[in-house]
Write a protein that binds this ligand. Structure first.
Ligand SMILES: *[C@@H]1O[C@H](CO)[C@@H](O)[C@H](O)[C@H]1NC(C)=O
Ligand SMILES: *[C@@H]1O[C@H](CO)[C@@H](O)[C@H](O)[C@H]1NC(C)=O
Length: 238
């Protein structure tokens, strides 16, 4: 489960810098019919880029852990929180299929920015990207160049208005997802629309992406998620 605590707020340096060329090997191939994919654009991208097994099947938790740390440069605390969420789906041999993460209302939730809601009574939510939703979120960019925490909050409010209310933990998880986008493929403040389109629209790592120079910590992500939550309240009060 997501085990973030709002008590660990820290609004220190939120800037994510990337100055060093990445040495990761990527080769993007869209998923084939038998490939297992999740509702998480980032995990799908890691499989599509052949950084994790392209089938998306029998992925060792230990590999997920190592990939988040070494490829994405997520901090140890953030990695543990995210891997801990995935771990509940692990088999006895410690592996998951990406599609396990589509189990409705465990980690996956309605009111996704780019997926349709789960059908009533369905065990699994859809993992296909709704391209119209990707375009609609991009259209909320205030400056037409990138999406800020405030723009993503706007998108979340619109998504949540048209779905059943989210359980509190999943509403918070959704804010964390926006914060992950802002840090993993953004600079902590903004995600370029092209990068957003690559990751959320195509499930590929953005063109020219390199990993952050400093690990992305749980504190930073929770701090940005709290900015998203605060901006949502502003939009909801309009
Ligand atoms: C991830 O790997 C680190 C380093 O090997 C380890 O200390 C940690 O417990 C692992 N986390 C999970 C959730 O498996
Ligand atoms: C793990 O278990 C699943 C079924 O429970 C099996 O399909 C898979 O091949 C196993 N993976 C490994 C690495 O042993």
């Amino acid at each position: 489960m997501f085990v973030f605590s709002l008590a660990v707020l820290s609004l220190g340096s939120l800037v994510v810098s990337r100055s060093v060329a990445s040495d990761i090997r990527r080769s993007f191939v869209p998923p084939g019919p038998g490939d297992s994919r999740s509702p998480c654009p980032l995990l799908n991208a890691l499989a599509n880029e052949n950084i994790m097994p392209h089938t998306g099947q029998n992925i060792p938790i230990a590999l997920l852990n190592q990939t988040m740390r070494e490829v994405l440069n997520l901090g140890a605390d953030l990695t543990d929180a995210l891997v801990g969420g995935a771990q509940q789906f692990a088999d006895d041999n410690g592996t998951i299929n990406l599609h396990d993460l589509a189990t409705h209302n465990v980690l996956e939730h309605d009111a996704s920015l780019v997926h349709d809601d789960a059908a009533p009574g369905a065990v699994y939510a859809p993992t296909d990207t709704n391209k119209a939703k990707v375009a609609a979120v991009s259209g909320l960019s205030t400056d037409g160049v990138g999406l800020t925490a405030r723009d993503l909050a706007h998108a979340r409010v619109i998504a949540e208005e048209t779905s059943l209310p989210l359980p509190d933990n999943l509403a918070f998880a959704a804010n964390v997802e926006a914060a992950l986008a802002l840090t993993v493929i953004g600079d902590g403040t903004t995600v370029d629309l092209a990068a957003f389109g690559d990751l959320f629209g195509e499930n590929k790592l953005p063109e020219g992406w390199v990993k952050p120079t400093e690990p992305i910590t749980l504190d930073v992500v929770v701090g940005i998620a709290s900015q998203v939550a605060a901006a949502k309240e502003e939009f909801e009060s309009i």
